[in-house]
Design a binder for this molecule. Sequence first.
Ligand SMILES: Nc1ncnc2c1ncn2[C@@H]1O[C@H](COP(=O)(O)OP(=O)(O)OP(=O)(O)O)[C@@H](O)[C@H]1O
Ligand SMILES: [Mg+2]
Length: 440
Amino acid sequence: MKLYGDKRLKPITLDSKIPDERGRELPAILAGIPYDHLRIALEPECAAVYLLTKEVPSVSSSFRERFPRNEGDCYIVADLGGGTLDIAAHRINKNHKYDEIMIPDGGPSGGNNINFKFEQLLVSVSGAQAFLLFKDKNSQDYLYFMRTFEHKKCGFPGDAGKKSVTMLMPLTFAERHIEENHETLKDSVRQTSFSQSVVLIPGKITVKNSLFESFFEETLVQIEDKLVEVMERLSKRYNIKAIFCVGGFSDCKLVKERIKARFSEKHLVVIPAEANVAIMKGAIIYGRDERLIETRISKYTFGLDWNEDFDPKVHPVSKQENTDDGYMCKDIFKVIAKVNEPIPTNRPTQTFDSYVKTASQTAMEFPFYRTLTDPPPRFIDEPNCYFMGSMKVSLEDTAGGTDRFVTLKIYLGATTLRAEAIDNKGRTHRVTFLLGQTQV
Ligand SMILES: Nc1ncnc2c1ncn2[C@@H]1O[C@H](COP(=O)(O)OP(=O)(O)OP(=O)(O)O)[C@@H](O)[C@H]1O
Ligand SMILES: [Mg+2]
């Protein structure tokens, strides 16, 4: 615990700017939505909520028969998006609610990788310089071309009789190519390893199915490997009954085939017709009843900057501090929750009373820290211990001296760290931080 007024620490208030994982201000906050009206929902959880909600007719009745949602049954949700594959896993508990059974996993194996592969093919024909010029100088044509590819990608593989994919190509691409390479597209293709699989003439490109399919291969392997890894890890401890696939990329025929071929022998594989909107609809259901997820697995070890009575046998002299209550040990990392341990979502992870350090103290401060170091550090100034933010609680008067205390309740089971402090006048103070938030 720190005294109010410590200039090292910045207070966090409800109108503070809250960064997302990449350090940018959250769009909802930019749009003026007050932070205390904002709930952050995790996409795979929303998908699970959607798929398991009886009222939504998204999945067949045979699925419901094969997955009756008995206590102890577990499932994996794979959200296959454009940028990433996100995997979550839950167990159905005795209240017919969900307990998270692993820290969400995943990787950069999204559907946009297929588009990058196509761009790489163009680069290997025309060179990076010609391609970048086309992208830069003919940006409208570039976007049109990529939309054409996207359309073909989503329809692939099309009719069984078709052996190749043909796309219209902006004429400006051939112009940029000749400017930089001083030869025709046709001549350049002839010099590549895929000369038998691509026909490139101004205005048109034709790619043989086998080459087009190869754009997907690396991403399909990554998705399969990741799902197998998660499945093997979880199957040692849990009864994994089903895999739910959601997100736009799970609409891809090759993805569906690959996942079904790998898993459907032993597991129920569910790819709902509304895979791309399952998350959005689930978010609405979840927003109305957040209690559906009862426990989550802690992604970090969380702690408070804390003081204890100084014990020379236990504490280093460098941490000794003289207060009205005698010698104290400062900077202790007081563990609130440990990484990989389950934490309830609907009740405080920790509740405790924190006493003032001096009789004249008129405020208290609770600085929160997180770490991935295991075992956790003893003191908050050790390496890999990150300051998340601080809660300040003002105390109205000093009557009661050092007997005054604040009751602190910390909720870590949500997608945020939420703390409530009740002061000596019964007033409640609140703060919220993102779990991965770091203050400098
Ligand atoms: N039928 C389809 N075949 C192949 N790919 C598809 C199909 N439908 C959608 N996609 C791909 O799915 C991706 C978009 O999925 P989604 O809308 O779930 O992504 P996102 O939520 O924007 O991305 P992320 O979750 O990574 O942030 C795009 O790469 C798109 O090309
Ligand atoms: Mg997504």
